[in-house]
Design a protein around this ligand. Structure first.
Ligand code: NAD
Ligand code: LMR
Length: 337
């Protein structure tokens, strides 16, 4: 394939680059899945000092993939080198949870990482840098990063709930017996945690060539309010129980979807879920990183406003917001200790 060399390569920083999500993710970025088939990328790979030898192995493999879009790779344990001039920063590096833990139990181990990286991003990244926090608890870690990168616009920060969004689509598609691309406009509200609210009230599914409301096609409210929500909320835990490791392939796919759509835009009439800075819309406390339905265009996301919210949804949306408020308090305590 012919690659135009005229455009400046985009610098994409991935942290936790020697870890398992990164191992599924880096190849996809380097072959153009985020920026498209005509845009070269330079990868900046960050991990901690003890992982540098393993990271060199990843660098060797990236070279051996022989990918025309990969214009360079830099491996480092210094956040200021990793984030230097970054167009995109994907913050994966953090401790994953083990069976029996909630994601917020990781705050004590992980909060400091995001404080340090927020400071570094603030100093050396491009003012337009797009930041995606994946390391758990993702929403609160994104908030910590935002609060420490004071000179960057709040709209540059996001947390990954696209994996939950994709899980919700997959569950609906399985139940209806259609392929996933027939399902659209499901919403994940709130926290990437077991209080998240997967909502199909505004979603559609194409059956027999006709677009219909998911609610009308799956006319089983007990399932939609019960097992559907539970399955999506607890999917991460179910994978850890089965694999003894947290999700990696599906997490990497969701990261690519999130960054691709943010940068290249969402299709007309479709929205996706992103954890973003709350401005107070839908009565969600301003200042939280909360997952909302968004559309993206020209590299900017816009929260979809004005969707009618029923009583069941309101209760669920408040519950997950309350959890984020309490995580924010825990983070403040941990970081000030
Ligand atoms: P992993 O343990 O395989 O890899 C994590 C890597 O991060 C390791 O190589 C580690 O050395 C590195 N790391 C630790 N501290 C670092 C620091 N200060 N700077 C740079 N790198 C550092 O874990 P994984 O399976 O790749 O998961 C990474 C994180 O992503 C976990 O917190 C996990 O819970 C989270 N996760 C989030 C989602 C989501 O949807 N938001 C999905 C899956 C996993
Ligand atoms: C997931 O949703 O798979 C990840 O957040 C990992 C986890 O801890 O569940």
């Amino acid at each position: 394939a012919h690659v135009s060399n005229s455009a400046e390569p985009k610098v994409v920083c991935v942290t936790g680059a020697a870890g398992q999500i990164a191992y599924s993710l880096l190849f996809n970025i380097a072959r153009g899945d985020i920026y498209g088939p005509n845009q070269r990328v330079i990868l900046h790979l960050l991990d901690i000092a003890p992982m540098m030898e393993a990271l060199q192995g990843v660098v060797m493999e990236l070279q051996d993939c022989s990918l025309p879009l990969l214009a360079g790779v830099e491996a480092t344990s210094d956040p200021k080198v990793a984030f230097n001039n970054a167009d995109a920063a994907i913050l994966v590096g953090a401790m994953p949870r083990k069976e029996g833990m909630e994601r917020k139990d990781l705050l004590r181990a992980n909060a400091k990482i995001f404080k340090e990286q927020g400071d570094a991003l603030n100093t050396v990244a491009k003012p337009s840098v797009k930041i995606l926090v994946v390391g758990n608890p993702a929403n609160t870690n994104a908030l910590i990063t935002l609060l420490h990168a004071t000179s960057l616009p709040k709209e540059n920060f996001s947390a990954l709930t696209r994996l939950d969004h994709n899980r919700a689509i997959a569950q609906v598609a399985l139940r209806v017996g259609v392929s996933v691309e027939k399902v659209r406009n499901v919403i994940i509200w709130g926290n990437h945690s077991s209080t998240q609210y997967p909502d199909v009230n505004h979603g559609e599914v194409e059956v027999g060539g006709q677009r219909k409301k998911i609610k009308d096609v799956i006319a089983d409210e007990a399932w939609l309010h019960g097992d559907f929500i539970k399955t999506v909320q607890s999917r991460g835990g179910a994978i850890i129980k089965a694999r003894k490791l947290s999700s990696a392939m599906s997490a990497a796919k969701a990261i690519v979807d999130h960054m691709h759509d943010w940068i290249q835009g969402t299709p007309e009439g479709e929205f996706v879920s992103m954890g973003v800075h709350s401005t107070g819309v839908y009565g969600i406390p301003a200042g939280l990183i909360y997952s909302f339905p968004v559309t993206c265009k020209n590299g900017t996301y816009t929260i979809v406003e004005g969707l009618p919210i029923d009583v069941f949804s309101r209760t669920k949306m408040t519950e997950t917001a309350d959890e984020l408020v309490s995580e924010r308090e825990d983070a403040n305590q941990i970081l000030s200790a």
